[in-house]
Ligand binder design. Structure first.
Ligand SMILES: C[S@@+](CC[C@H](N)C(=O)[O-])C[C@H]1O[C@@H](n2cnc3c(N)ncnc32)[C@H](O)[C@@H]1O
Length: 451
C-alpha cells in the first residue's frame, strides 16, 4: 500500500485553497461538503500567515513556479498540502471518491493510473444505490434502542444485518425513510415478542426482455430475493441475473397450462411476505403499465405489508428505441398514448376518436390479435388509411422482428406476427413516426409496402 487512507474530520476547520481554476474550485467544493471553513486565495502576495492554523491546504495555481512557492509557504506553516497534478509536492493525495452521504468510498491507485481509479469509481457508483447513506443514518437512529433491547451480541448483529439488508433497509434505499423507520419499529416489536419478522415485496419491472435494460435497482433486488414470482413474458436471460438459489415461481398465463388468477398471485405475495420472505414480483416492462401492479399493491396495502415499486422500461419505449422509431418528433408528433388493443372489444373502451388525430402516436399493447378491430376503430374515427404503422415483435430481444406498412394493411401485417406458433409479444405503433421503422433495415426487418 503506497498511501494510507484516512478520513479527516474537517467540520469547522480552516482549509486553504490556492488558485482560481476548475481544479481549485473543485477542491474548495469538496472541502466545503465536508463542513470545512474554506479560505480560497489567489497565489500572489500570499504569506506563511495565510496558512496558520489550517488543517490542510490545496494548491492549484496551474503554474509550476506558483505551485512550488505556495507549497513551500504551507510546509513552513506545518500544514499538510496537496498540489494538483504534482505528486512530488504532495503530503497527501486526493482519492477518487464515491459519496453517499455518511458512507464514503475512497479509491487510490497510488498515483499509478487516475484512469483506472475513474473506471473503478464508476463500477462502485453503479453497485452502490444512491441512497446508501440513508442506511447508515437508519442504523445510527436505532443503535441505542437495539443495544438496550437485545443484549446478546450475535442476535444484535443479526438484527442490524437484517435492518440493512431486509425490508427496512430496502425502504430506506427506495427513499421511503418514514416507511423504513416503521419497518424497524415492527422488527423491534417482533424481537421483543420473539416472533418471525415480516418480509417485503418488491414489484419490479423487468423491461422488454434485454437483460441489459434492467434498472440498477431491479438487478440489485434480483440478487437479494428469497423468491421471484415472474410473468411468462420475462425471458430466461433476465431470470439468469437473479440469485441462483432464489425460488423461481412462474405465475404467468401460458397456453396448455393452468394459469394463476390475479387473486391467487395477490394471495401468494401476501403469504410469502407474511412468512418473512423478500419477494420480487417480476413483471414484463413496467409494473404500472398494463401490468396489474396496482392490484398487487392494493392487496399488500390491505394486509399492512411493506412493498416497493421499481419501474421498468415499458414495451413502448423498448420497442421504439430498438426499431429506431422516435415516439415524439418536433416536426411530426407531439403526443403519444399507450393504449391496450384488448380494450378495442372490451368494456373500458378508449375514446379512439380523440386518439385518431394527426401528430399523435399510438403505442398499442396486446393489439396483434385484435389488429383488424383496431384498424376499423381508427378508420371509423377518421384516421387516414395511409398512416404509417409498425409492428415490433419480441422488441429488444435477439428474436426481434419488425414490419411496417400502412394502417389499411394492419391486419395482414399483424397476421405475419401473430399466426406463427412461436409468436412472441408484439407492439403496434401507429402514426407518422412509424415510418422511421423502414429507415432501419436489418436482417429481422420485413417491409410490407402498400401502394
Ligand atoms: C400484459 S402487457 C404487459 C406490458 C408491460 N407491463 C410493459 O410495460 O411493457 C403485454 C403486452 O406488452 C407488449 N410487450 C411486452 N413486451 C414486449 C416486447 N418485448 N416486444 C413487443 N411487445 C411487448 C405486448 O403488446 C404484449 O401483448
Amino acid at each position: 500500500m503506497k498511501h494510507l487512507p484516512l478520513f479527516f474530520d474537517l467540520a469547522g476547520r480552516l482549509v486553504v485553497v490556492v488558485g482560481e481554476g476548475t481544479k481549485a474550485e473543485g477542491r474548495a467544493a469538496l472541502a466545503r461538503s465536508a463542513g470545512a471553513a474554506v479560505a480560497q486565495l489567489a497565489p500572489s502576495q500570499m504569506t506563511i500567515e495565510d496558512f496558520r492554523g489550517a488543517a490542510a491546504a490545496f494548491i492549484a495555481t496551474d503554474d509550476v513556479e506558483g505551485d512550488s512557492r505556495v507549497q513551500a509557504l504551507a510546509k513552513a506553516a506545518g500544514v499538510p498540502v496537496n498540489v494538483a497534478d504534482r505528486p512530488a509536492l504532495c503530503d497527501f493525495i486526493l482519492p477518487a471518491i464515491v459519496d453517499r452521504d455518511d458512507v464514503v468510498v475512497a479509491i487510490s491507485t497510488g498515483g499509478a493510473s487516475p484512469t483506472l481509479a475513474t473506471i473503478l469509481r464508476a463500477r462502485i457508483e453503479a453497485a452502490l444505490p444512491q441512497q446508501f447513506g440513508a442506511l447508515a443514518k437508519l442504523a445510527a437512529a436505532f443503535r441505542s434502542q437495539v443495544n438496550t433491547l437485545i443484549a446478546d451480541p450475535a442476535r444484535r448483529r443479526t438484527f442490524f444485518r437484517r435492518l440493512i439488508e431486509g425490508p427496512a433497509g430496502r425502504l430506506a434505499l427506495a427513499g421511503d425513510q418514514a416507511g423504513a423507520r416503521r419497518a424497524v419499529l415492527t422488527e423491534l416489536d417482533s424481537a421483543r415478542n420473539g416472533q418471525t419478522p415480516q418480509g417485503i415485496a418488491h414489484i419490479v419491472g423487468a423491461g422488454p426482455g434485454d437483460p441489459d435494460l434492467l434498472t440498477l435497482r431491479a438487478a440489485q433486488l434480483l440478487q437479494e430475493a428469497d423468491a421471484i414470482l415472474h410473468d411468462d413474458l420475462v425471458p430466461p436471460e433476465v431470470l439468469a441475473r437473479a440469485r441462483r438459489d432464489a425460488e423461481f415461481v412462474s405465475v404467468g398465463k401460458r397456453k396448455g397450462r393452468p394459469s394463476w388468477a390475479q387473486a391467487d398471485i395477490d394471495a401468494e405475495l401476501v403469504r410469502r411476505v407474511r412468512a418473512g420472505q423478500t419477494v420480487v414480483r417480476l413483471k414484463a416492462g413496467d409494473p404500472f403499465v398494463f401490468g396489474r401492479g396496482g392490484e398487487e399493491i392494493d392487496a399488500l396495502q390491505a394486509a399492512g405489508l411493506a412493498y416497493t415499486v421499481v419501474p421498468g422500461i415499458t414495451a413502448a419505449l423498448g420497442c421504439a428505441a430498438s426499431a429506431g422509431i422516435p415516439l415524439t418528433h418536433r416536426r411530426i408528433a407531439s403526443a403519444v398514448t399507450f393504449v391496450s388493443g384488448h380494450s378495442a372489444q372490451g368494456n373500458r373502451r378508449p375514446d379512439w376518436a380523440s386518439l385518431a388525430t394527426k401528430g399523435h402516436t399510438l403505442a398499442i399493447y396486446m393489439g396483434a390479435s385484435e389488429a383488424a378491430s383496431v384498424r376499423d376503430l381508427l378508420l371509423d374515427a377518421g384516421t387516414d388509411p395511409t398512416t404509417p404503422v409498425a409492428i415490433v415483435e419480441n422488441g429488444s430481444r435477439p428474436e426481434e422482428r419488425v414490419s411496417s406498412g400502412r394502417l389499411s394493411d394492419l391486419a395482414r401485417l399483424a397476421a405475419l406476427h401473430s399466426q406463427r406458433s412461436d409468436a412472441g409479444p408484439s407492439l403496434i405503433i401507429v402514426g407518422d413516426v412509424a415510418a422511421y421503422a423502414a429507415r432501419k433495415p436489418e436482417p429481422n426487418f420485413e417491409f410490407a409496402q402498400v401502394s
